[in-house]
Write a protein that binds this ligand. Sequence first.
Ligand code: GDP
Length: 430
Amino acid sequence: MVKAVVGANWGDEGKGKITDMMAKEADIVVRFQGGANAGHTIVNNYGKFALHTLPSGVFYSHVTNIIGSGVALNIPRLFQEVKELTDRQVPAPNILVSDRAQIVMPYHILFDQYEEERLGGKSFGSTKSGIAPFYSDKFAKIGFQVSELFDEERLSEKVKNVCETKNILLEHMYHKPLLDADELMETLREYREMVAPYVADTALFLHDALEEGKTVLLEGQLGTLKDPDHGIYPMVTSSSTLAGYGAVGAGVPPYEIKQIVTVCKAYSSAVGAGAFVSEIFGDEADELRRRGGDGGEFGATTGRPRRMGWFDCVASRYGCRLQGTTDVAFTVLDVLGYLDEIPVCVGYEVDGKVTKDFPVTTKLEKAKPVLETLPGWKCDIRGIKNYEELPENCRKYVEFVEEQIGYPITMVSNGPGREDIIYRKSPLKK
Ligand code: GDP
């Protein structure tokens, strides 16, 4: 069977930790979209790791980790990450790379930088990993599939053509150094050497694995609100962050996805530009940022301070709905233990009307948060294993959020480690 682990919000909800934890019971973990532009932070018996491209199953030797066709594959980054693991005594992970995955080219990264430079103050806050130029080229049908690396003649012809068109933009629009087709071919030969042992028809591999009754985990990157269709367009990422897309980006039948675990963090954080209704500022935000996550809310890829906010029931309810949530994993609850009172955003006021339905971007930009304040629990909840042992106000917070979002919170995460998890029976679980 297939399970998906996805984000309800802007990303950084703690999907890496939940995937690492669930991977124990899985045979295969698949990354189905996105690239090295976001990171999952994982804390386990080997230490603390930031994964960008590798699936979060890499810490188990029984797991096969797949880079699906929907991923923006940065080949040198992938192997650099593998090296970071093996340098720190993690056994070399089992990896398969889809022969249909497309390659992030060095010029995608350059174009990402140049375009952000050109946009100046109006930039998207891109991580400059080449993701938007990569997906633009994929859908403009001038991308490079991994399989194309193995057809030298075809490859060199395509490289020449692509360099020609890219050089027009480089010369006349960005006024930057031009691409050299021979140099690019050399780079691609190096990529071929690196990736060759791992390339496979991964959709076929998954098909066979499912026939044999294996368990597959689809690991999402970012969250619903960064989805190009259903998120806060245009301040979104360039590939779908939804579990539904997991079927496409991995190459499995949609009806095989039986469990969709949507990860929600107990407060909000966001990176990059765009409307963020429950955002907080000043000392209040600084303190939450400093205490947040595991060692502060700073980007796993860029180190940038994340924007902070209270839990947003409107955005999370919407985020869970679009994912098709069967279970909510409610994470980083331990961090809120310092607060006397905890504001929660329960509605948006748009043009004088209060709504609980997440609006389109034009309206979202005008939305003001409607807050309700809950009492804090003022203690450290790390180490607690049973839901009933959580302080009453803490349980009330979980139950309030569950009622507001309307999806069952069946897991509560109270620390960054694998074992910091409380399973809960939810009245909403069908
Ligand atoms: P992802 O991209 O969704 O995987 O999220 P990130 O890894 O970027 O951010 C989550 C951060 O919170 C990481 O530093 C995790 O180690 C940490 N984390 C995850 N779950 C918990 C939790 O329950 N409590 C605490 N304190 N930290 C957590």
